[in-house]
Each structure stands twice: as C-alpha cells, then as structure tokens.
Write a protein of this length. Structure first.
Length: 144
C-alpha cells in the first residue's frame, strides 16, 4: 500500500533576527504551498544531429520558486514579509516538506519576494498570497 503525506505538513519559514543566524519562524496561516525546481537547458542541436534534439550535458541555470497562500494570523513574520516586499529586500526562507528522511526535505536559501498580495472579502477572512524566487544557492537537505 502506498503511503502519502498531508499537504498541511509543508511549512514555509522566514529567518528572523540577525541574518545568517538560522533562527526561522513559520509563516502562519498557510493553506496552499507549491515548490518548483527548474533547470534551464541549452539546445546544441545542429545539422549533424540527424533531426534529433541535443542538449548540453552540463548544469546551466537552476532555480527554485515557492508560492503559497493562506489566512492572516496575528504574527510579526507577516509584517516582516510585507516590509521586505515593499523594500525589494531578499530574505532567507526555509521550506520543509512532509515525510521521512527518505522523502521529506528542507529547501533553505535566500529568496526575492516577487509578489505579495493581500485580499479580503466583506464576508470572509483576510487572506494573502506570496511568490518567491531563489537568489543564490538553495540548500536541499534530507530530514533527520
């Protein structure tokens, strides 16, 4: 029988305090989170390729994108995110996925906040969405 993991166990955290100190606080209220790892390719196809596409066999450009949405909770981390988005600052974030040491991982690195949106309906809760793009190396580590 296959084992799955609850999406609610995917957590987004922002580094607080002194940059590089490694103190992370979870961004509260998240409902949906998406992590995308992208690798750019370089097409080296030529007339000698006999009509078959050839790609450069080397690491070119990779990036990590993270997006999420949720409901506002009373937390200083959302003010930190809002302030960083307005200032265009890059911040250290960590995303932890669900699972065991063979399935679950953490993505840790510096990210640019490319989008931060706040919404609220007259008959509902205040919500937010956030999009992050990696800026530099993102460390991927297995859960202990």
């Amino acid at each position: 029988m296959a084992q799955g993991y609850a999406g609610r166990l995917v957590l987004l955290a922002i580094e607080t305090g002194t940059e590089g100190a490694g103190t992370y606080v979870s961004v509260g209220g998240l409902r949906d989170t998406t992590i995308t790892v992208s690798n750019a390719t370089v097409d080296t196809t030529s007339k000698e390729s006999a009509g078959i596409r050839q790609l450069l066999d080397a690491k070119t450009l990779n990036s990590v994108s993270i997006s999420g949405s949720g409901v506002f909770l009373n937390g200083a981390e959302l003010k930190t995110i809002r302030d960083a988005a307005l200032a265009g600052d890059h911040k250290n974030f960590r995303v932890t996925t669900a699972g065991t040491s063979t399935a679950g991982v953490t993505y840790t690195g510096q990210f640019a906040i490319t989008s931060f949106e706040e919404t609220g309906a007259h008959d509902g809760e205040q919500q937010y969405s956030i999009s992050l793009e990696s800026s530099g190396t993102v460390t991927i580590a297995a859960l202990p």
